[in-house]
Design a protein around this ligand. Structure first.
Ligand code: G4P
Length: 191
């Protein structure tokens, strides 16, 4: 997606060979116009798939997921990473290990919002090692719902996530695919 790649080139900051900072438009400050374009792009790629729900994970997955939900006309559920005061019973839970942060967290969604008849699109901001997406997929499997695919805003293609998800049979659509962050420079895999 050209507008996204351009934004990454102009406002992204390469922090190391592995980490790209996008606080200017995705992870902290959010660019609503770009998010709307992202929502439209996800909707175009997954239209005609009978999607009934979008599932993402707090916090940074929420903005692109909501925009995609608006375009597709379906509700958006975000998995919680922290204990909620009101979300207590009847939860689907999964453990997610972050190689980037070297922390394990439990993610959860209420079983009220997802059913076996649902066709679910998973959306997240980053794909690194694929553990967040696998955790979300696990929650959806617990509900016996169908996973239509996985939509990613920024994929770091030099890490293991994409291959892992493809190996498991998921359709992965990433709007920007980063080939390398070496030498402080972002290079993309062209579609
Ligand atoms: P994985 O799910 O693909 O295995 O990724 P990983 O555990 O490595 O990443 C965990 C967290 O780190 C996620 O955010 C993810 O978005 C973020 N992350 C991974 N690589 C990068 C990167 O290059 N740049 C930035 N900015 N973030 C990265 P999170 O902990 O869920 O935080 P948030 O959603 O609350 O922002």
């Amino acid at each position: 997606m050209q507008a996204l790649e351009q934004k990454i080139l102009t406002e992204g900051i390469v922090l190391s060979d592995n980490v790209l900072k996008v606080d200017a438009f995705l992870n902290h400050q959010i660019d609503p116009v770009l998010m709307q374009q992202i929502g439209k792009e996800f909707a175009a790629r997954f239209k005609d798939q009978g999607i009934t729900k979008i599932i993402t994970i707090e916090a940074s997955g929420i903005a692109p997921a909501v925009m995609a939900g608006l375009e597709l006309g379906v509700p958006v559920i975000f998995a919680r990473k922290y204990q909620s005061l009101t979300l207590k019973d009847d939860l689907y839970r999964s453990k997610v290990y972050s190689f980037t942060k070297q922390t394990e967290s439990t993610i959860a969604i209420s079983n009220k919002h997802i059913h076996s008849s649902d066709h679910v699109l998973i959306i997240d901001d980053f794909l690194a090692n694929g553990q967040a997406a696998l955790g979300l997929a696990d929650l959806i499997h617990q509900a016996n719902a169908n996973i239509v695919g996985i939509g990613i805003v920024i994929e770091k293609s030099f890490q293991t996530g994409r291959d892992l998800l493809i190996e498991k049979g998921y359709r992965v659509e990433s709007l920007a695919r980063i080939q390398s962050l070496n030498d402080g420079k972002v290079t993309f895999i062209q579609a």
